[in-house]
Design a protein around this ligand. Structure first.
Ligand code: SF4
Length: 367
């Protein structure tokens, strides 16, 4: 039977039924064979949350030879930091700690075009988002944080790249959208390739850590890098691709459209607690049945929450997987434990965030 092709839509909803299929469907490389070559692989890499990549070898070679390399990613400032943006920020920080020149973009053009958020409003979120980034360990002395709307080099690249894309190409990659979204895709290509401009030391391997739903931007940008290679001598940008977190309510993707399915790092503890308590699980309808046949961690958002974000120790993750499978761990107990872990993290994070708000405003030059 012919299976339906996966649709990756950075501006809409992406549902992935089988990550293995994406290797063939989109020419993505699996990350696992590279693990032995990656110095200090991150938690996401070790756990196959980062499951794929494009051309990461280029970056690993540069790391080994101690040549310059960069990491670039960012956030759409449409609200407070949530678990998806937490993942990308940690990946940027990981590569920065491995020696990358780090670029972090506030994608306010996309927030305007995709979410109709006026720039005055997105600027308020941006300051808080950057304070989150700093609280997580981003080093501003070895990084560049900027707003798309104010970064002339990014806008210049977008204008130039416009000549490299036809309407037919945009429709084929992004579907039929308003022109503003096509424009924001060109601006994103500018973000991804800006680290290779002479102002930042010229062409260099650059990795972009993103969720798999953002892969169309990478394909588009790699195509533009090729087209404008003669003018700028660009290297094709690399990417690492992570899986999409399920919603706490069991929906295939955590989404702002569904407030009970996700939480931000700035929500009240009671609200976070309630959302985790009410979350869908892979447990059985009765305690007796679960004790007898075990649960299904593979479909469980609580297991995912711990594995993707909140439990650092790999052994604890393996332990909870087996305990769930053999019925010795029950969902009530697991949720209680998870709430404690999450609330401890959030409390500490908020404390650090508060300290960094002024610094964030200074970085973004917001008065
Ligand atoms: S025991 Fe934990 S991992 Fe297993 S189904 Fe329940 S909440 Fe999920």
């Amino acid at each position: 039977m012919n299976k339906k092709k996966t649709v990756l839509d950075p501006f809409g909803t992406t549902v992935v039924e089988d990550y293995e299929r994406l290797y063939e469907e989109f020419g993505i490389q699996p990350l696992n064979p590279l693990l032995g070559r990656i110095p200090n692989p991150s938690m996401y890499m070790r756990r196959n949350v980062v499951f794929g990549h494009r051309d990461l070898e280029r970056l690993l070679d540069a790391m080994k030879k101690r040549e310059p390399f960069a990491v670039m990613s960012g956030i759409k400032p449409t609200g407070e930091f949530h678990l998806g943006t937490l993942m990308t920020a940690r990946e940027v920080i990981y590569f920065q700690q491995q020696g990358a020149m780090a670029f972090y973009c506030i994608a306010d053009v996309e927030a305007y075009e995709d979410n109709k958020i006026p720039f005055e409003k997105s600027e308020k979120y941006a300051a808080s988002n950057v304070a989150d980034l700093l609280a997580l360990g981003f080093d501003p002395k070895r990084g560049y944080v900027y707003q798309q709307y104010k970064e002339q080099r990014v806008k210049d690249l977008a204008i130039i790249f416009g000549r490299g894309a036809t309407l037919a190409t945009m429709k084929a990659i992004y579907g039929e959208r308003h022109i503003g979204l096509y424009l924001s895709a060109l601006v994103q290509a500018g973000d991804i390739l800006m680290p290779q401009l002479q102002d930042f030391g010229g062409p260099k391997p650059t990795v972009v850590p993103v969720g798999i739903d953002q892969d169309p931007h990478m394909r588009f940008t790699r195509d533009l890098a090729n087209k404008f290679r003669r003018k700028y001598n660009f290297m094709l940008p690399s990417s690492t691709l992570h899986k999409i977190m399920k919603g706490l309510d069991g929906s295939p993707k955590m989404s702002k459209r569904n407030p009970m399915g996700y939480f931000t790092l700035h929500e009240k503890p009671e609200a976070i607690s309630k959302k985790i308590s009410n979350a869908f699980t892979g447990g059985k309808p009765t305690v007796a049945e679960q004790r007898k046949v075990g649960g299904i961690p593979e479909i469980c958002p609580i297991y995912e929450l711990c594995m993707y974000q909140f439990v650092d120790d790999d052994r604890k993750i393996v332990e909870s997987y087996h305990e769930c499978k053999n019925g010795s761990l029950l969902c009530g107990e697991h949720k209680k434990r998870t709430i404690e872990t999450v609330l401890d993290f959030v409390k500490e994070h908020k404390r650090k965030h508060k300290k960094f708000v002024d610094k964030a405003r200074e970085i973004l030059k917001i008065s």
